[in-house]
Design a protein around this ligand. Structure first.
Ligand code: ARG
Length: 703
C-alpha cells in the first residue's frame, strides 16, 4: 500500500441516467438500477482503498453524473483547473467540486466562460510526469489546452478524438506506470496517432482491440503495477501481465449505461510535480479575416467546417452581417490548431476561400531557394486555380501563370520582381519558392446574389430533375457558345473516343466547321476512331450506321493508323484526300490547333500523337491559353489533365456518363463548372439542335 496516493470519489446516491449526452446513454434513460450501481461502486471503492486513500465529495441531488469525479477538474500538485462542462446537464456540478478543492487547500483556476474543458476526463498525465495528454473534439475545446500548459506549467500534447463512443480521452487512453500506454488507436485521427507514436516507443504501446475498448478497458485506474478496470479479454490480461501489470476486474456495467467506468469514477488528487518539466504548448492560433457574401455564398460555413474537419478549432471574434441583399459581410475568426503542421494545412485551404490576415498581422511571404533543379523546398505552398497574390517587401504581387499544383516562385527581372506559378519540374536552382502559408492571399470575386442567380450556370444548385437538367445545361451551353463565337472568343474541347462510339462525331465536326471550337485536345484514340469511322464506316470495328460488329472490324483501326503513318501526319492524310470528313478533317481544314497526348495503351501511335507527356502537357497548356470555356466530353484522363492547368474564371462543362468523373471535375464551385451525367452523343445532338434554334445573331446587351 502506498499511502500517499489519494483519489477523490463521489458515492452514487443520486446516480441515474436521466438524459442523453453521450451515445452510451441512448436507450438507457432510467434503465440503471441504483441497488446494483451502489454495489458495483462499493466494490470499486474497496478495491482502490486497498492501494490508495480515497477521499469523498458529497453527492448532490439533481446532478446524477456527479459520481464521475474524474470530470471535477485537472489536478497537478496543489493546482487545479476546474472543469467547464460543455453540457448544461452537468454544469451544476462545478460549484460543488470547486468547493471541495478549495476546502482541501487547492489553488483553483477557472477557465473563461464558454471554453469547455472536462477535467481529468480529457486530460491525462503521463505517469512519469513528463507531459500532459489532452483530448479535444467532443467535450473539451482545443483552446483550453494553452491554459492548462500555462497554469500547470507543463507540456501539453493535444489529441483529437474522432469516435463519439470515446468522447472523453480517458475512455480510450490510459497512461500506465513505467511509460506504458494502454490505448485504442481507432478513437483518434491519424495525425494524433502519429503524435502518440512519436512520443511512446513501440515496446511501451499497448494498443487494444475494439472489443476491449467498448468494455471500457482503457478507462482504468492504475496504481503502480495494479490496473483496475471493468473487464478485460484474456489476451489483454496476458499482454499486460507480460509487462508486469496485474489486472483487477470489477464489473461496472451500471455505469457503462452512462458512458463511464472505473477511471471516470475516480480522480487522482495527488499528482506530483516533476521539477524539470515546464510549460510548452504546440497549440497555435491565428486570426483571419474574411469578407464577401459570407452567408449567401456559404463561404463562412465552408471555412468553419474545414477548420474543424482538419483538426482545428475556431472562435468567431467578429461578424458584421451585411444587412442589405447586396452588401457584403466581414468576419474575424480565431483559428487554433494542435500544431504548426496542422495550422499550415488549415490556413492553406482558408486562403483558397479568400481568408486574409488582419492588416497589423500581415507578413511577407516566406521564401526558400531551390537547391536541386526540379525539386521544391519541402514546405512549399501548393498553388491553386484562384488568382493569387504574395507579399514581397511589403508589397502585394500578382502571381503570373496561375494554375493549380504548382509552386510559386519569385525572380528578379529587368522589370522588377516577378512572381510566377511553376511546375515542380521547371524549378531552377536559385529560384526562390514561397513556403509556409504567410503573406499569401487569393482574390475571390464577390459575386452578389443577383449575379450568381442570373449567371448561366447559377441554376445548377436548384433541384431540377436530371432530364430537365440536361436540357437546361444544353440550352445554356448553346447560348454561351453562341455568345463567345459572336465576340470572337475561344472555346476548347477535350474529347475521348466515346464521342465517336456514341455517334457524336458528326455533331462535333459540325461545331468545329461552324466556328464554335478553337482548339481540340484528346488522345490517340479519338483521332483514330474518328478517322476509322470516316474512312471505313466503323468505330472500333462497330458499323456506325447499323450498330453491329463488322467481321474483322477489330483490325480496322490498325489499318487506319497504318495509313496515316504512311502519309506522315493527319494533315497530310487529309490533304491526300484519304480522310474526307470528321473531327480531325475539320480541324485540319479549319486550321484548328489540336494536341493528342499519348498513353501507355495507345496503338500505333498516330504520327501526331505526342508520346512525350511533358511536351504534351506544354502543348495542351498553350492551346487552352485564353480560353473562355472548355467543353469536356467523355474523357476523364484528358479532362482532368486540362482541369489542372486551367485557372479560375474559365467555364468548364463536363459531360460524362460516369457520375464520378463529373463530380471530380465540377468540384471547382458551381459558378465555374457544370457537370452533366449523360450520353455524350446525345448531348452533342441536343446541342446542335439548340444552336440551330439560335438563328438571329446574339447581340450583347452591353457593348
Ligand atoms: N454521463 C457522463 C457524461 O457523459 C459520463 C462521464 C464519464 N466520465 C469520464 N471521465 N469519461 O459526461
Amino acid at each position: 500500500m502506498v499511502p500517499q496516493i489519494r483519489f477523490l470519489m463521489c458515492a452514487p446516491d443520486h446516480y441515474n441516467v436521466d438524459y442523453v449526452i453521450n451515445p452510451w446513454m441512448e436507450g438507457n434513460i432510467h434503465k440503471s438500477s441504483r441497488e446494483h450501481a451502489v454495489e458495483q461502486w462499493n466494490k470499486l471503492y474497496n478495491n482502490i482503498k486497498n492501494h490508495a486513500i480515497v477521499d469523498l465529495v458529497a453527492p448532490e441531488k439533481g446532478w446524477p453524473d456527479m459520481v464521475f469525479s474524474a470530470n471535477a477538474g485537472l489536478v497537478l500538485g496543489k493546482n487545479v483547473v476546474l472543469s467547464r462542462f460543455l453540457h448544461k446537464e452537468r454544469q451544476g456540478e462545478e460549484p460543488y467540486f470547486q468547493q471541495w478543492f478549495e476546502q482541501n487547500g487547492y489553488n483553483v483556476y477557472n477557465l473563461p466562460k464558454d471554453l469547455p474543458f472536462e477535467g481529468a476526463g480529457d486530460a491525462l498525465l503521463d505517469r512519469e510526469g513528463r507531459w500532459l495528454w489532452a483530448g479535444y473534439g467532443f467535450r473539451s475545446e482545443l483552446d483550453s489546452h494553452p491554459y492548462l500548459a500555462k497554469w500547470l506549467d507543463i507540456e501539453v500534447i493535444s489529441l483529437r478524438l474522432m469516435d463519439e463512443r470515446f468522447y472523453h480521452l480517458d475512455t480510450c487512453f490510459c497512461p500506465l506506470s513505467n511509460g506504458y500506454l494502454l490505448y485504442y488507436p481507432g478513437a483518434f485521427d491519424s495525425y494524433s496517432n502519429r503524435v502518440i507514436e512519436m512520443r511512446v516507443v513501440p515496446e511501451k504501446r499497448i494498443p487494444i482491440a475494439e472489443a476491449d475498448a467498448v468494455n471500457f478497458a482503457c478507462n482504468a485506474v492504475n496504481v503502480d503495477s495494479i490496473v483496475i478496470m471493468n473487464k478485460a479479454s484474456e489476451s489483454l490480461k496476458s499482454r499486460l501481465a507480460e509487462v508486469g501489470f496485474q489486472v483487477i476486474e470489477t464489473p461496472l456495467t451500471e455505469f457503462l449505461k452512462a458512458g463511464g467506468a472505473a477511471k471516470c469514477l475516480t480522480l487522482r488528487v495527488t499528482e506530483p510535480i516533476a521539477e524539470e518539466v515546464h510549460a510548452n504548448v504546440c497549440v497555435e492560433s491565428r486570426i483571419i479575416r474574411m469578407e464577401g457574401h459570407l452567408l449567401d455564398a456559404g463561404l463562412i460555413n465552408r471555412a468553419l467546417d474545414l477548420i474543424v474537419e482538419m483538426g482545428g478549432s475556431f472562435q468567431v471574434l467578429k461578424f458584421n452581417l451585411g444587412e442589405q441583399r447586396q452588401s457584403t459581410s466581414a468576419a474575424e475568426v480565431r483559428v487554433s490548431a494542435p500544431s504548426h503542421e496542422v495550422m499550415e494545412e488549415i490556413i492553406s485551404q482558408l486562403i483558397d476561400l479568400g481568408a486574409v490576415d488582419l492588416p497589423q498581422d500581415q507578413r511577407d511571404s516566406k521564401l526558400e531557394p531551390v537547391v536541386q533543379a526540379g525539386i521544391a523546398p519541402d514546405d512549399f505552398y501548393v498553388s491553386t486555380i484562384y488568382p493569387t497574390q504574395i507579399r514581397v517587401n511589403g508589397e502585394w504581387l500578382k502571381v503570373q501563370n496561375q494554375r493549380m499544383d504548382g509552386a510559386i516562385t519569385i525572380s528578379q527581372t529587368a522589370n522588377g520582381i516577378v512572381a510566377k506559378c511553376k511546375l515542380l519540374r521547371d524549378l531552377e536552382i536559385g529560384d526562390r519558392v514561397v513556403v509556409d502559408v504567410l503573406g499569401i492571399r487569393t482574390i475571390r470575386k464577390a459575386e452578389s446574389r443577383e449575379q450568381r442567380n442570373s449567371q448561366e450556370f447559377g441554376f445548377m444548385s436548384s433541384g431540377v430533375s436530371s432530364e430537365r437538367r440536361v436540357e437546361l445545361v444544353v440550352e445554356q451551353v448553346a447560348w454561351e457558345l453562341r455568345k463567345i463565337k459572336d465576340r470572337g472568343g475561344k472555346v476548347v474541347v477535350t474529347a475521348g473516343p466515346v464521342v465517336i462510339h456514341t455517334g457524336g462525331g458528326e455533331h462535333l465536326s459540325r461545331l468545329i466547321r461552324e466556328g464554335y471550337v478553337q482548339g481540340l485536345l484528346g488522345g490517340n484514340a479519338i483521332a483514330v476512331h474518328d478517322m476509322e469511322q470516316n474512312i471505313l464506316g466503323t468505330s472500333l470495328g462497330v458499323d456506325m450506321k447499323r450498330g453491329v460488329v463488322v467481321r474483322g472490324g477489330h483490325r480496322h483501326h490498325l489499318k487506319v493508323i497504318n495509313t496515316v503513318r504512311r502519309f506522315g501526319s493527319i494533315a497530310k492524310a487529309v490533304e491526300a484526300g484519304v480522310v474526307k470528313s470528321g473531327v480531325m478533317y475539320e480541324c485540319v481544314k479549319n486550321n484548328i490547333p489540336f494536341s493528342l497526348a499519348g498513353s501507355i495503351r495507345d496503338d500505333g501511335p498516330l504520327p501526331d500523337t505526342q508520346m512525350n507527356l511533358i511536351l504534351a502537357q506544354q502543348e495542351y497548356s498553350q492551346i487552352i491559353q485564353g480560353a473562355e470555356m472548355i467543353l469536356m466530353l467523355s474523357s476523364m484522363l484528358h479532362s482532368i489533365g486540362v482541369g489542372n492547368m486551367t485557372p479560375a474564371g474559365v467555364k468548364m462543362v463536363c459531360v460524362d456518363i460516369n457520375p464520378a468523373v463529373v463530380t471530380k471535375l465540377s468540384d471547382r464551385g458551381s459558378i465555374e463548372s457544370v457537370g452533366v451525367v449523360t450520353d455524350v452523343g446525345l448531348f452533342l445532338s441536343l446541342l446542335i439542335q439548340q444552336l440551330d434554334k439560335l438563328t438571329s445573331p446574339y447581340v450583347a446587351k452591353v457593348a
